[in-house]
Each structure stands twice: as structure tokens, then as C-alpha cells.
Write a protein that binds this ligand. Structure first.
Ligand code: N01
Length: 544
């Protein structure tokens, strides 16, 4: 051997699953135990968890009820776990996923600390070659991309000069395992999405001073997180199956409290009636409140009533009227950007150690050795900068796989005009490759673990149909994918979502193609479509 690097043999498996988050763990179980494939999982982290491993910043928690934000396919698994808080904190979700991996005995199928560097279709062999940063190569008939939608942070070169900053700096999406001490420090936080809001609530407790750089004010509604008392835990366990069945049929994939019968619209409702309706439902918490009006994302007038009401609640909470106005979103309708669930966020602005700087019209020009400088020349100095600046969502993690399909075609070329997929699952020209809740899948508006189960089940069924029919290759047709993309784009374009600069449209990343990245529909609709594909003998796919 001339090189010091050991040349390893190609490892032959039936399927490679990329990622060990909610999707990867379930996919390995499903393909191994129900389809009977020999499966290799590949995961960049040292353990199971996916985004819930890396996003371990203080305050990280889920904004979906913990009883709903979990697997539903196994009652045994459900009964073996108790959630301690209404909205689970990150360490508990990560522990749950590790528990699930152990119960399903899938940990042994994963190569951890291993990152996929390329996934290349071999036309002659009709198989994929999957390469990793450890020098391993796998030959697989099928590949499942379970790498998540929010697992690649925005390119940091956007933040000019950040490398020069001499103080402590952190990205929330790759938070260190060791504890970070904010006490007494001058901390700068950039970003006020779900992440920024959550970490701000924690930093404000001990920082000498916390300065929050806000580009877009976001709508945040009360999360009302609380400990789940023993009686409630017992009730949850006894009613788990019924609750999960209800989740599946709910527009958002999560049932809150009693069954709600949403009103069709807040538009045209007499003022006093509407005010009474909102006042009655507001104390139940933000996610329940937002479920009372059905046409929130499609009816401008209806949305404006709700947006106005939430803006007034922000004004109620923040003492300084100027700060309150800065915190009130005015440039996009509520829900057109991902809604934030807060647990004390607005209250921190009443503390002396917290200040808000709007960088909307006076952007951060560059980061410096001591802090940052705004466009108007104002300089700020800090001991620490925390970047909660978001992700190259949905397509970023797929592109990072280094995919090449038939005839060596790169994914970048295929998706130049938008991320066309068949039901968010398959890409024409990329046979035997399945995404779990990929582009134009119900990732943003539907409870993710439920969508993930649906997609994994669909993938298993597609693979099984292929093998049962004596074929070796399954591929989405261009026509079927274009039709699906037209459906997703039609839903999106006819809603209020295009009014916001969000990752739903890809416009949060400089230079990214504005397009339809998500399905503005319930998983219920997606499931019906997937069921029709199955019933028609894998309609929209070509089998060979
Ligand atoms: O990211 P984001 P996130 N200069 O993109 C700002 C899920 N999640 O990590 O809005 C200045 O929402 C940016 O400003 P703007 C959830 O699905 C869930 O917070 O683009 N500011 C924005 O304020 C969520 O939607 C949970 O104008 C810059 C922020 O950074 C998704 O992850 C918890 C900037 C980024 O917000 C992403 O949330 C956490 C710049 N150059 C995350 N670049 C829960 O379950 C960006 N920003 C609760």
C-alpha cells in the first residue's frame, strides 16, 4: 500500500439510511424488521438524536406538546416513556430518541461519528455508492435520506468579519457540550426566531448585559410550559392511542386540549364577538389560540384581526412603549413565518440588563475584534456573541450529501429552478433514493414525528412493492413530480406565506432560489395522496 490511508473494501448492503434522528431511527427499524433488508445507518454525531443532538443550546425545547412530539407506531414504546414537561426540553428529547433506539435495537446498525460525503448512482450496477469521511464506501440498492430539514446552518461567510471577533462566539446549531457561562458578561445575541427567543430567555437570567440584534420582529405567543403532574402522566398513558389517532387527523398533527371546532373565519365577525372569542381563548396558550381560526394562512382580513390581537398582547407585556413597538411584527402576517412559542421572552425586555437593537434599517455591517459595527457606524462591544441565525433549510441538508443521479447529474443542476420532488419523497433521475419529509413535504405546518412515520411507511411500501414485483429499480417520473410541485406551489402562492421572508420560501439564505420549499397542507392531505399512490400500484413511479 503506497498511501498511509488504508484502502477499504466496499461494503455491500441493501439500504443505507443517512441520519439518526427521529427519521433515521424509525427508518432503520422499519426497513430491517418489517421489509427484511440489511441496513446500514450513517450518522455524523457520536450518538442518536439528529437535530436534537446538535441544537443543545440552553433553553432549547420543542414547541409541540411532548405527548404528540414522539413516535406513535409502537404502543410499547409510548408506554415505556414519561414526559416530564408539557413541552419537552432538548436533553429529554435526545434521551427519548436514545431510549427508542435501544428499545428497537437499532443502535448497532449505525456507523456514528461518520459523515456521508457523496452518494453516487452507478448506472451500470443500478446501485448507489455511498462514501464517508472515514474512508468507508457502501454499495446499496436503496438510500434513504433521513438527514433532517434544519440540520445545515446558514453559511457563516454571510457574517462578515465574525472570524475576527476575539471574544467567545457560539452558533446555537452546533452548541458545545460543555456548559457556557453567561454570568456577568456582555452578550450579543443575533437572531430572534424560535432559537433566539428560547436562548434569550436563559441568557437574560445571568448576563451582565444582553443585547439582542433583531432584524425582523417575530410573532411569539405564550407557550405556558409546565411540569406534567403524575395524574396527568397516568391519563396521558391511558389515553395515548386515542390522542395519537386524533393528532393524525388534526391540521397541524397535534391535538391540544379538547377537540376544537375551529371557526371558519375571523373576517366579518362583529367586533365584540371576535374580541370575546379571542379573550376567552388566549389564556389557553398560543398554540391552542392559533387553532381557533381556520383560515388564518389564507384570509388577509381574518389574519389581520389575529395579528392585531397578538400585537396588543405584546404591548401589554413590555413596559417601554418604544421597545414594545419594535417587538411588534408589522411586515408579515402571523403564521407566514414560523410562529414562536415563548416562555417569558417579552418580560426580559423589562429588565435593566436587556436591550433591543433593531438592525432592520441599520444592518450589521461587519463584526470586529471587539464586537460589531452597524451600517450607520455605531460600534458595539461584547464579551460574547451568540448566533441564532438559522439554517439553509430543507434543501441545504440534501445538497450537502453530494448526490449524483443517473448519468452523473448533480442535484444542484436538477433543482436550479426549485426543489421538484414527487410528494417530497423521490426525485426523478435519482432512482431508489427516498427522502424523509423532503422538499414540498409537510415539514413546516405538520407535527414532524407523525410526518416522519408517514414518509418512512411510504418508503418501506415503495421498496417492498418494487421487490415483490421482481423489479430492482423504482424512480419517480418527471411528470408526476412536476404535477406535485404545481400542487405545492399552488397552495403556497395562494396563501399569505409569500408575504414573509422566511425559510419556507428559501429567502433567508442570500443567493438561494426563492421557490416553494414546503407543503402548506396537513399531513392528512399528504397521507391521502400517498395512499392513492399505493392503491394505484405505485402510480407516478416507474419500476424496472
Ligand atoms: O432560525 P430562523 P431558528 N443579520 O431562521 C436572523 C425550528 N426550531 O433557528 O427573520 C441579522 O427562524 C433572522 O432574521 P430574519 C423551527 O421550525 C424549532 O430560530 O431573517 N439577523 C431571524 O431572526 C424554526 O422555524 C424550535 O430577518 C439575521 C434569525 O436570525 C426553525 O427551527 C426551536 C441574519 C433566524 O431565525 C429555525 O429557527 C428552534 C443577519 N445576517 C428551532 N441572518 C422549537 O421547537 C439571520 N438573521 C421551539
Amino acid at each position: 500500500m503506497t498511501s498511509s490511508r488504508r484502502v477499504r473494501e466496499m461494503i455491500r448492503v441493501d439500504a443505507v439510511v443517512i441520519g439518526a434522528g427521529f427519521a433515521g431511527v424509525y427508518a432503520v427499524h422499519k426497513l430491517r424488521d418489517e421489509v427484511g433488508l440489511q441496513v446500514r445507518g450513517i450518522e455524523a454525531a457520536e450518538t442518536v438524536g439528529g437535530v436534537w443532538h446538535w441544537n443543545r443550546y440552553p433553553g432549547a425545547r420543542c414547541d409541540v406538546h411532548s405527548t404528540s412530539y414522539s413516535y406513535s407506531f409502537s404502543d410499547e414504546l409510548t408506554q415505556s416513556w414519561e414526559w416530564t414537561e408539557a413541552y419537552a426540553p432538548q436533553p429529554e428529547i435526545k434521551a427519548y430518541l436514545n431510549h427508542a433506539a435501544d428499545c428497537l435495537d437499532v443502535r448497532k446498525e449505525f456507523a456514528f461519528n461518520t459523515r456521508v460525503t457523496s452518494v453516487v448512482w452507478e448506472d451500470d450496477e443500478q446501485r448507489w455508492t455511498v462514501s464517508t469521511d472515514r474512508g468507508d464506501t457502501y454499495s446499496a440498492q436503496f438510500v434513504v435520506g433521513a438527514q433532517g430539514n434544519l440540520s445545515v446552518a446558514k453559511d457563516p461567510t454571510e457574517f462578515v468579519g465574525l472570524d475576527n471577533f476575539q471574544g467567545e462566539k457560539y452558533f446555537t446549531s452546533s452548541w458545545p457540550a460543555e456548559e457556557v457561562d453567561f454570568s456577568g458578561k456582555r452578550v450579543c445575541l443575533v437572531g430572534t426566531g424560535s432559537t433566539g427567543t428560547q436562548i434569550a430567555e436563559v441568557i437574560a437570567k445571568t448576563a451582565g448585559h444582553l443585547t439582542i440584534m433583531q432584524r425582523t420582529a417575530n410573532f411569539a405567543v405564550p407557550g405556558l410550559n409546565h411540569t406534567v403532574e403524575p395524574e396527568q402522566r397516568t391519563w396521558n398513558a391511558q389515553n395515548a392511542a386515542a390522542l395519537r389517532a386524533r393528532d393524525r387527523l388534526n391540521f397541524y398533527g397535534v391535538t391540544i386540549g379538547e377537540d376544537l371546532a375551529p371557526l371558519p373565519s375571523a373576517a366579518g365577525m362583529p367586533d365584540d364577538e371576535r374580541q370575546a372569542l379571542f379573550d376567552t381563548n388566549w389564556p389557553a396558550g398560543g398554540d391552542a389560540f392559533l387553532q381557533i381560526i381556520a383560515d388564518l394562512v389564507v384570509n388577509e382580513e381574518s389574519n389581520k384581526h389575529v395579528s392585531d390581537y397578538v400585537r396588543d398582547r405584546i404591548r401589554d407585556r413590555v413596559n417601554d412603549p418604544e421597545v414594545a413597538e419594535l417587538l411588534c411584527p408589522t411586515d408579515h402576517p402571523i403564521l407566514s413565518k414560523r410562529i414562536v412559542l415563548e416562555n417569558g421572552y417579552y418580560d426580559i425586555f423589562n429588565q435593566d440588563n436587556v436591550s433591543l437593537v433593531s438592525v432592520k434599517n441599520n444592518p450589521i455591517e461587519r463584526y470586529t475584534e471587539r464586537g460589531l459595527r452597524l451600517a450607520d457606524g455605531t460600534a458595539h462591544e461584547f464579551d460574547m456573541i451568540v448566533m441564532a441565525t438559522g439554517f439553509d433549510s430543507i434543501t441545504g441538508p440534501v445538497k450537502a450529501l453530494g448526490l449524483r443521479g443517473r448519468n452523473g447529474v448533480a442535484l444542484d443542476d436538477v433543482w436550479a429552478d426549485g426543489p421538484v420532488t414527487y410528494v417530497g419523497s423521490a426525485i426523478p433521475g435519482f432512482p431508489n433514493f427516498f427522502l424523509i419529509v423532503g422538499p414540498t413535504g409537510p415539514a413546516a405546518f405538520y407535527n414532524n414525528p407523525v410526518s416522519i412515520e408517514d414518509f418512512v411507511d411510504h418508503t418501506a411500501s415503495a421498496i417492498k412493492s418494487t421487490l415483490d414485483s421482481g423489479c430492482g429499480v423504482i424512480e419517480a417520473t418527471e411528470d408526476a413530480a412536476r404535477r406535485w410541485y404545481a400542487i405545492a406551489s399552488g397552495l403556497f402562492d395562494n396563501s399569505l406565506l409569500p408575504y414573509a421572508n422566511s425559510w419556507y420560501r428559501g429567502v433567508n439564505v442570500p443567493g438561494k432560489k426563492p421557490a416553494t420549499y414546503i407543503l402548506l397542507a396537513s399531513g392528512v392531505l399528504w397521507r391521502a395522496y400517498a395512499a392513492a399512490i399505493k392503491a394505484s400500484g405505485m402510480g407516478g413511479f416507474a419500476l424496472d
